[in-house]
Write a protein that binds this ligand. Structure first.
Ligand code: ZN
Length: 602
């Protein structure tokens, strides 16, 4: 819960004209979509600054605060609806295409006063008062919130809480929102043992084949004891609760507005939490993404950059891991440095380019203090415009695969370590072109894409069906490398020539190769950007970067570079081509890479 950023304060913004016509494109496509939270602490309602910096999708408050803090008087409630509607109308005029309204999926703040202003006819819709809606511990008693203070966690399975949340969904959509962002779809760290969760837990286990040891669904005490005694089963169930809630909210939202979008805070405050957030708070991106229209991740630490000691931080491999469990939904991430919601402009431009290279969209916080607002808008806008102009190069592309990396996401139940994430990072560091394949997609991916090599942690992580699929892949000439072996990267290097060889570049250069019919798209990213403060950074450009690329298809006749960076080399690039058995080996030198450049080879 980021309550501080929900405090409403009207701030006068500056409206710049928004002239790019893009009415026909899918508003969530990579490049077309530029996402932005419009509020941070007492800097609220920043749609004008967001739109001026190129944002087209905003996440706004509307009824968000009253949703968890309790209703004001009826006239004030109506005023919030009117203000929200006017705010969204103006944002649309400024170029914002989607306004996603905030709602908290679990929080009740001030339980005693929460329902104070409810009209009688509204109160009559509930079978129990709000104090009965809370998540409960193993003894059946209400649990305190993980936030402490006046917060109490409502249970997403409680039918009265769902009625209440549906009402807030309706109000947001009728005020003009195009969808809902549910914050905190959180199951308590102890798990919720309320009657509704226990009944659903029993139903969840009944659907597990052969399960015959369940207590009667009417015997709550026995079900609670059973849940406590079967932590693995209970953890798996907890990871389905938020998805069930979102699914109902999405179905309801679409009765109000047929195209309504539903997403949530998928959390992942840092990549290392991918498994532990499933285990602790029931945040399973693999489950949530099945029912979301887009997948939004809020990382607090992984803004791509180079630290003073030379450590390079990047989010590219995390995007690839997340893509594999996002069920082809648009992936959106905000990446911050050191938990600071402000990001200097060059680093924001780098983060936007990095997301786009990996088929995702960046989510920004254009909630800048007045003194730096114009400077930030002027610096960020060209990158947003560049990506929008380049949208055709960013969508419906295929990776040029050196390797597929198997990601058995079910491993979260075994512990917090995610070996596939470590392997993805090693591949990215070496500029090896890879795709992450989840357990749902393994068979299809090996059959359809035929990657030259497959990286798997070890034979022990495979189930019988996966072992069979992999045996067939090996029989047909595929290579398997076990990443638990010490020299696995050397084994991989010995198998074949990689698609990308980077010569004479500093360590922070990343190359991402994608293909479309008759063209190869090369994303060149320079992670050698240092963060100085909230609004200052330092770019270390890379000069004379030599690339050797193995491209497929027709012999290329042109390479053209484009970039939003005025300092970068753009236009036609000199190159040579050598024909190999199954590839055209292209060599080129890039005189200057500043933050990011896209090359089109055709
Ligand atoms: Zn519950």
């Amino acid at each position: 819960m980021r309550t501080s950023r929900l405090l409403v304060a009207l701030v006068a913004g500056v409206i710049l004209p928004f002239t790019i016509a893009m009415a026909d494109a899918d508003p969530l496509e990579v490049g077309i979509a530029s996402h932005a939270f419009d509020h941070l602490g007492d800097i609220a309602d920043q749609a004008p600054a967001a739109a001026a910096s190129g944002a087209t999708v905003i996440y706004c408050t509307g009824f968000g605060t009253v949703g968890y803090a309790g209703w004001p008087t009826p006239d004030k409630l109506k005023a919030i609806g009117d203000t929200t509607a006017a705010y969204i109308r103006q944002a649309r005029t400024d170029g914002v295409r989607l306004s996603i309204g905030y709602l908290c999926a679990t929080s009740i703040v001030g339980l005693d006063s929460f329902d104070r202003n409810w009209p009688a006819e509204f109160r009559a819709r509930f079978s129990s008062p709000p104090r009965e809606w809370l998540q409960r511990g193993p003894e059946g008693k209400p649990l305190p919130s993980w936030y402490g203070g006046d917060y109490r966690p409502a249970c997403m399975n409680n039918p009265d809480w769902r009625i209440y949340e549906r009402e807030m969904v309706r109000r947001q959509l009728e005020a003009g929102c195009d969808g809902i962002f549910f914050d905190n779809p959180t199951v308590h760290a102890q798990g919720c043992y309320c009657d509704y969760c226990m009944k659903k837990f029993a139903a969840f286990l009944s659907s597990d084949a052969g399960r015959t040891d369940l207590p009667a669904v009417t015997d709550m005490e026995s079900l609670r004891r059973f849940a406590a005694a079967h932590p693995g089963d209970f953890l798996r169930f907890r990871c389905t609760i938020a998805a069930g809630f979102l699914s109902e909210m999405r179905s309801y939202a679409r009765t109000v507005k047929p195209a309504a979008l539903v997403t949530c805070n998928n959390s992942l405050n840092s990549p290392e939490l991918l498994y532990s957030q499933c285990r602790t708070y029931g945040y399973s991106i693999n489950d949530l993404s099945k029912v979301e229209d887009l997948v939004v991740v809020e990382d607090m630490a992984s803004l791509p950059r180079t630290l003073k000691d030379g450590t390079i931080i990047e989010y590219g491999p995390v995007y690839e891991v997340l893509q594999s469990i996002s069920h082809h939904k648009p992936l959106v991430a905000v990446t911050l440095a050191d938990g600071d919601y402000h990001t200097p402009s060059n680093l924001m431009r780098l983060a936007m380019a990095e997301a786009a290279a990996h088929g995702a969209s960046y989510l920004s916080w254009p909630t800048w203090p007045q003194g730096v607002r114009q400077k930030m808008i002027a610096a960020v806008r060209p990158q947003a415009d560049f990506l929008r102009r380049s949208a055709d190069l960013l969508n419906e592309t295929r990776p040029c695969l050196d390797v597929a990396l198997f990601f058995p996401v079910r491993q979260w139940l075994g512990g917090p370590d995610c070996p596939a994430l470590q392997a993805a990072r090693a591949l990215a560091r070496a500029n090896i072109q890879f795709k992450v394949v989840s357990e749902e997609d393994l068979a299809e991916s090996l059959a359809a894409d035929r990657p030259p090599a497959l990286v798997v942690q070890s034979p022990q992580v495979l189930n019988a069906a996966e072992s069979t699929v992999i045996d067939r892949y090996k029989h047909d000439g595929g290579h398997v490398v076990w990443s638990s072996e010490k020299n696995w990267m050397d084994q991989l290097a010995a198998l074949s020539q990689p698609s990308v060889i980077l010569k004479d570049g500093p360590p922070g250069i990343r190359v991402v190769l994608r293909e479309k019919p008759h063209k190869t798209i090369v994303h060149l990213l320079n992670l050698n950007v240092e963060r100085i403060s909230s609004f200052d950074d330092r770019v270390h450009p890379a000069d004379d970067v030599h690339l050797i690329l193995r491209c497929h298809g027709d012999v290329p006749t042109s390479i053209v570079a484009s970039s939003a960076d005025p300092e970068a080399t753009v236009g036609p690039i000199q190159f040579t081509v050598t024909k190999e058995a199954d590839a055209n080996v292209v060599q080129l030198a890039v005189p200057r890479l500043f933050i990011s450049t896209i090359f089109v080879i055709q």
